[in-house]
Design a protein around this ligand. Structure first.
Ligand code: NIG
Ligand code: FE
Length: 416
């Protein structure tokens, strides 16, 4: 049995606490151990505490990691990403710099559908090669678990191709990827005049194949004007729920179409984006116990100014999550550190709230709160050492990578 002894962290940020998503003041309670240490055996945390005490329990042959002068956090859990696609959208980035909006670019044939065309033309191996580069970026930022959506296929074959790439990412990297089926990401070009037929294809052809091959844990949808309306979203999501999938939803991003009410009615696991959500919707999410996943990287990268109202959500008792929304269009960042910086400066979340939202709450949103998201006995040894002594520095030094090294299941997966 192999034991890893991690000693003398300036702050071991454990997030030990109640075994449920954190709300209200709990978001600020990080259970930090100064001069902290932990023992990890066979990939699982066995004990944590003050270094002097833990050293006494340490077996003589333990492999020691000296964390002097460094903060340790649970590995980030990035609960909303779109990591498998071909190419990039750097041309649209330039057009936006010249004044075009995301909505205008999408209306003229760009946007999601331009990535769909390139992704459809790419082979599974080509997509995997590019996604491996994205996986490396996540790891370098201190992320150890990544929720991963399909959605750039939009045909039965291509959606399955993307989900198989996500499965291969799981096998070929040390990160854990949690797959989500997002066949309803946009209406493909060939169904522009018959969107109902595409909805039927998603329900009757894509969903059964995804479930049959066990390629996804959840189903997502882009509930938005010009994409999927409330009625069609409800049809698709109910079918997914009946097939045993959990629900995550893109709602109220560009316009308010009442998507958050639908998320509440369906008891979705998460309602994501919510830039345009109002007070009544926030109350409905709280009532239904839906977790909001806030994606400030997409607001920033689209050059918009309306960030989701995190303070009101925290006041209302919502178990807030923050994530990157990594994708080639609206949020080309894999960095949870950047997202924490944006959450702090633009959404007025404190650094402690940012940490809870990026770890333990994100873990619960993925149904993994019992395994990851905090550093407690019985959980996986997934953690990151940072080049700083105070956890607040991680979000503060924006643009300066702070990752020193990353461990997954007690094994070193990355070292800067
Ligand atoms: O979460 N809103 C829908 N999906 C992505 C954008 C995808 C794209 O532009 O390629 C998002 O922002
Ligand atoms: Fe997204």
């Amino acid at each position: 049995m192999k034991t890893l002894a991690v000693l003398h962290a300036s702050q071991l940020v454990t997030l030990a606490g109640p075994a449920r998503p954190r709300t209200g003041v709990e978001l600020s309670e990080l259970s930090i151990i100064p001069d902290g240490a932990m023992l990890v055996r066979d990939g699982v945390i066995v004990v944590k505490g003050v270094s002097d005490v833990i050293k006494r329990e340490m077996p003589g042959d333990a492999e020691v990691v000296d964390a002097t002068g460094r903060v340790i956090l649970p590995g980030f859990v990035d609960a909303h990403t779109h990591p498998v696609f071909a190419g990039n959208r750097v041309d649209e980035f330039e057009l936006r710099a010249k004044g075009a909006t995301y909505e205008e670019i999408a209306a003229s044939g760009g946007g999601i559908r331009s990535t769909v065309r390139r992704t459809g033309a790419a082979s599974e191996d080509e997509l995997l090669a590019q996604a491996m580069k994205h996986a490396r970026w996540f790891l370098e930022g201190g992320t150890t678990t990544v929720e991963a959506k399909s959605g750039y296929g939009l045909t039965v074959e291509d959606e399955l191709k993307i989900l198989r790439v996500i499965r291969r990412l799981n096998a070929e990297t040390s990160l854990e990827f949690v797959p989500t089926f997002l066949g309803a990401h946009a209406i493909p070009d060939e169904f522009r005049n018959a969107p109902g037929q595409y909805v039927a294809l998603v329900i009757h052809k894509m969903l059964p194949s995804v479930v049959e091959e066990q390629l996804a844990e959840s189903c997502d949808i882009f509930c938005e004007r010009g994409y999927f309306d409330i009625a069609d979203s409800e049809k698709i999501l109910r079918a997914a729920q009946e097939s045993g999938l959990r629900l995550r939803m893109h709602v109220d991003q560009l316009t308010n179409s009442g998507g958050a009410f639908l998320a509440a009615r369906l008891r979705a696991a998460t309602a994501d984006h919510l830039e345009q959500a109002n007070a009544a919707e926030i109350a409905a999410l709280a009532e239904a116990g839906v977790q909001p996943v806030l994606l400030p990287g997409s607001v920033y990268a689209l050059g918009k100014s309306r960030y989701p109202r995190a303070r009101e959500m925290i006041e209302a008792g919502l178990a807030v999550v923050i994530a990157t929304d990594f994708n080639p269009g609206s949020s080309p960042t894999p960095s949870m550190q950047m997202v924490m910086s944006l959450a702090a400066t633009q959404m007025k979340m404190t650094p402690a709230e940012c940490v809870s939202a990026a770890t333990i709450n994100a873990a619960y949103s993925l149904n993994r709160g019992d395994k990851i998201g905090s550093l407690e006995a019985g959980k996986l040894g997934n953690f990151t050492l940072f080049h700083c002594a105070d956890y607040r520095e991680i979000a503060y030094w924006f643009g300066a990578p702070q990752t020193h090294s990353v461990y997954i299941r007690g094994e070193r997966a990355y070292c800067a």
